[in-house]
Write a protein of this length. Structure first.
Length: 119
């Protein structure tokens, strides 16, 4: 059974940092992404050679993955109130080299973890 389980959300002040984790089990995928609600945040290929970020998070957020533990991370620094939302981990099985930036490009999803940033 495929499962993506997010953790690491919480309530922080503007300027703080959080690291979200997504534990993947059941199979390996070729691409992973983080979305805030249905809004694209960041994506990475399985090996990490390719990454993409929404303009609003470039320079502040970093997506990475640990292949040994099959975990995907989103390091979020310099958080802003507009970063508030439910963050979802998503995965794609297709081996296409193009990383999608829309929710429809990913077929497996976690249950979400909530992030609240106060000013």
């Amino acid at each position: 059974q495929v499962q993506l389980v997010e953790s690491g959300g919480g309530s922080v002040q503007a300027g703080d940092s959080l690291r979200l984790s997504c534990a993947v089990s059941g199979r390996s995928f070729n691409a992973y992404a983080w979305f805030r609600q249905r809004e694209f945040v960041a994506s990475t290929s399985w090996g990490g050679a390719s990454t993409d970020y929404a303009d609003s998070v470039k320079g502040r957020f970093t997506i990475s993955r640990d292949n040994a533990s099959n975990t995907v991370y989103l390091q979020m620094n310099s958080l802003k109130p507009e970063d508030t939302g439910v963050y979802y981990c998503a995965a794609r099985a297709s081996s296409s080299p193009v990383l999608p930036t829309t929710a429809g490009g990913f077929g497996s999803w976690g249950q979400g973890t909530e992030v609240t940033v106060s000013s």
